[in-house]
Design a binder for this molecule. Structure first.
Ligand SMILES: [Zn+2]
Length: 197
């Protein structure tokens, strides 16, 4: 196998959800349509790299910063939904279940993997809540141990601000991840959110 091909497979196999086997299949598919698909993928990736920015307010990705959600004045600017990842934000947006603003943490706290608060976008959240007199913060971290720990930590950090802090009520067993919920469940989880004890 040529170096170029090996590099390509190695690169693709690092993507989440693609092991070496799926990476090989994806590359072979691209090679089958080498003259149409490959240049198209290369151009699209290059254009995305050039234009896509990380929103400095919420951590979403968009072609502008602040992103279009942060700039949308039709949304409730007194509530912030805190999510672990951009994929979770997209899941909530796709379900049209939330009309406020978002804050993307960029992961969770983890004792096992030694991820502390400074690895997450938490300071910006605390500042945002304080400076904008946010009425409600909805913690929509996953129903995993790390997700719960993170929600608890954030609620403690927000405590002095006296903002209402709620947590999604999950209609699924502990361990559930937001990105995998269907829209109905997501909507119900949001509607029946409860205050953190
Ligand atoms: Zn934003």
């Amino acid at each position: 196998m040529s170096n170029e091909l090996e590099d390509l497979i190695n690169l693709f196999s690092k993507l989440p959800g693609l092991g070496p086997r799926s990476a090989r299949r994806a590359i072979l598919h691209m090679l089958k349509y080498k003259d149409t698909l490959m240049p198209n993928i290369a151009r699209t990736v290059e254009a995305a790299h050039r234009t896509i920015k990380l929103c400095t307010i919420c951590g979403n990705v968009d072609i502008r910063s602040p992103c279009s959600i942060c700039l949308d004045d039709k949304r409730d600017n007194l509530s912030i939904c805190v999510v672990e990842t951009i994929a979770d934000l997209w899941a909530l947006e796709k379900g049209h279940v939330f009309k406020g603003h978002y804050h993307v943490l960029g992961g969770t706290l983890s004792a096992v993997e030694q991820r502390g608060p400074d690895t997450l976008n938490i300071e910006n959240l605390v500042r945002r809540v304080a400076e904008n007199n946010i009425r409600e913060v909805i913690l929509a971290t996953n129903a995993t141990i790390d997700g719960q720990t993170t929600a608890f930590y954030i609620s403690e950090r927000l405590e002095p601000l006296k903002t209402k802090v709620t947590r999604l009520a999950y209609g699924l067993p502990v361990g559930g991840e937001l990105d995998y919920l269907d829209e109905g469940t997501l909507s119900a989880a949001l509607a029946s959110r409860k205050a953190l004890a």
